[in-house]
Ligand binder design. Sequence first.
Ligand SMILES: NC(=O)c1ccc[n+]([C@@H]2O[C@H](COP(=O)([O-])OP(=O)(O)OC[C@H]3O[C@@H](n4cnc5c(N)ncnc54)[C@H](O)[C@@H]3O)[C@@H](O)[C@H]2O)c1
Ligand SMILES: [Zn+2]
Ligand SMILES: [Zn+2]
Length: 339
Amino acid sequence: MQAAFFSGNQKFETGPCVPVAPVEGQVQIRVAFCGICGTDLHLFHGAMANRLTLPHVMGHEMSGVIESVGAAVQGWKPGDRVTVRPLDPCGQCPACLAGHSHICHNLKFIGIDRPGALQGLWTVPAHTLHRLPESLGLREAAMVEPIAVACHDVRMGEVAAGEFAAVIGGGPIGILIALVAQARGARVLLAEVNEFRVKLARDLGIDAVNPREVDVPVLVAERTAGAGADVVFEVSGSSAAAAIMTSLPRTRGRIVVVAIYGEPPKIDLFRFFWRELKLAGARVYEPVDFEHAIELAAAGRLPIDRLITGVLPLGRLEEAMRQMERGGDCMKILVDVQA
Ligand SMILES: NC(=O)c1ccc[n+]([C@@H]2O[C@H](COP(=O)([O-])OP(=O)(O)OC[C@H]3O[C@@H](n4cnc5c(N)ncnc54)[C@H](O)[C@@H]3O)[C@@H](O)[C@H]2O)c1
Ligand SMILES: [Zn+2]
Ligand SMILES: [Zn+2]
């Protein structure tokens, strides 16, 4: 069984996996598929280097089957199909004590602060596990983590049926937010600058436009009879989008910031006063979001297959990173970890 070891300087080395026997409270998983996301690309480019112990194994969007369980693990056995919510909170900080352990002050993100899933056998705490129903294929199940991000964002945005949601940025997370909001009965407009992604979103039944071709604030006003969007999701991380996001909501409308910005962007705060807007941040997910994501995926309510634009073996990870770097005709690339 193989693992992909990141050695820094934009290099991976594929070599034999070094299995870690699960101790008390841990399980060992035979990883099936693992998605690559923007965070992995940032690590590849040298971001958060102080959090990695090299050689580092990345990967946190996965599916697999339990291989063995450590002592005192209850409710799980070898053969169970699972995905992992890759968060390891401290349990003692003010956020944890307030019940917000997903934004723990000392949060360890598994796949960054701890070894990730791009290895044949992966050992994690049992508290991170979510069960996969038989009806959900392991390939599709590797998409549960980004779907859970979208479920959390839509929940934080308090999206209700019949509402109008504007989503800026149609990468994997933005498209999934659009799909989850639509599944909730919202009307959605998605703004995305990459033509391949605009077209893919349209093929999936999302009303998508390119802000380089249309004036998004004007279009949102038109679509809402001048009122503005009930809720706006900023999922692009671009300063251009942050600059227009406050012009989109209706009076007392909501903005959810999902994106992570390289530099603090310029935001028109006047609109908060003018329209009594509300701003919410959304970070990762809570257990309920994972359960919701699994339910949506297993019910076949999301066109997950169409979002997977490539499946590669571990040895071609660098190639996958280059493809994501170039943008273009790529959405979600999965690694077939056992291939
Ligand atoms: N809050 C969280 O916990 C969390 C979790 C996952 C990802 N993220 C962040 O969410 C963002 C989206 O993630 P992703 O994986 O979909 O990333 P991505 O980079 O694939 O998607 C961003 C998309 O925005 C588009 N874009 C760029 N400028 C734009 C503009 N001016 N108008 C419209 N679209 C524009 C890009 O073409 C791209 O398709 C990233 O910033 C990521 O870091 C946050
Ligand atoms: Zn991710
Ligand atoms: Zn904590």
